[in-house]
Write a protein that binds this ligand. Structure first.
Ligand code: MG
Ligand code: MG
Length: 260
């Protein structure tokens, strides 16, 4: 079943999501060649606890850390490790928190140092496709309209859309109904209603769409070894215009002129 949130619940979801956005901005300050992904994870862990919230991914289904950190050809659900970021890498950081009973969920892919301009195009298109999807996250549209918008935007630019993992409802649980694929047919799927809150999260590959799951049971990686990007916002469905509960503003203030 799909839970419709009251206005009060949406405000609590906004607070949780803004904390995720602040946490990603805190992590953004430290993203540079040489830092390990485990060090980034620790920064997020301490920051979330200092705000009286709980890291949502830690121990979720047995996941061992606060952040999912996925580098280069890793798609999502990467486990923080002693890997030190290198000049030219891209790094997807996905963060979730629970605060006042409600979850926040957002993700951003960062360039590390000087990144190949073709790869920067992938990051830009993936982020823009998220906002394309958000345009259709309004009352009366359907989940297929959101997915189609993301898919059309990315495929017409030569990129491919991951099928195995999808966006989702978010609320008192991290993952609620409905599923929100990043592909679809216009006019198909669950009808969106005011009060629904969904996480839209395009996972877009530079090469082929196929993935493999690594032996750690979590990390997904492109089969062709080409780069993959991931951006995510949690949004409340409203009439006419979606209410985006997370924000990239704090991150982009940190990145300054290096923002995509
Ligand atoms: Mg996420
Ligand atoms: Mg999510």
């Amino acid at each position: 079943m799909i839970y419709l949130k009251t206005d009060e619940e949406i405000e609590l979801l906004r607070q949780s999501n803004l904390l995720v956005s602040e946490t990603l901005a805190e992590v953004a300050k430290f993203i540079k060649p040489g830092i390990t992904t485990l060090e980034l994870d620790h920064i997020a862990y301490e920051y979330i606890l200092s705000k009286g919230a709980v890291p949502a991914f830690l121990n979720y289904g047995g996941f061992p850390n606060t952040l999912c950190i996925s580098v280069n050809d890793q798609v999502v659900h990467g486990i923080p490790s002693n890997y030190a970021l290198k000049n030219g890498d891209i790094v997807s950081v996905d963060c979730g928190v629970k605060m006042n009973g409600f979850f926040g969920d957002s993700a951003y892919t960062f360039p590390v140092g000087d990144v190949n301009p073709e790869v920067l195009k992938l990051l830009k298109a993936t982020k823009e496709s998220l906002y394309e999807g958000i345009r259709f996250a309004v009352e009366g549209k359907r989940v297929g309209d959101v997915g189609h918008a993301v898919q059309y935007y990315c495929e017409t630019r030569g990129f491919s859309v991951v099928r195995e993992m999808v966006g989702h409802g978010v609320g008192r649980s991290l993952h609620e109904k409905p599923e929100v694929p990043n592909y679809g047919r216009q006019g198909w799927g669950t009808k969106l209603k005011s009060g629904m809150v969904i996480a839209i999260e395009p996972m877009i590959n530079m090469g082929k769409k196929e993935l493999i799951l690594e032996s750690d049971g979590w990390t997904t990686r492109t089969t062709d070894g080409m780069m993959s990007a991931h951006y995510e916002h949690s949004v409340a469905i409203r009439k006419g215009k979606a209410d985006v509960l997370s924000t990239f503003k704090y991150i982009e203030d940190v990145l300054g002129t290096n923002a995509i």
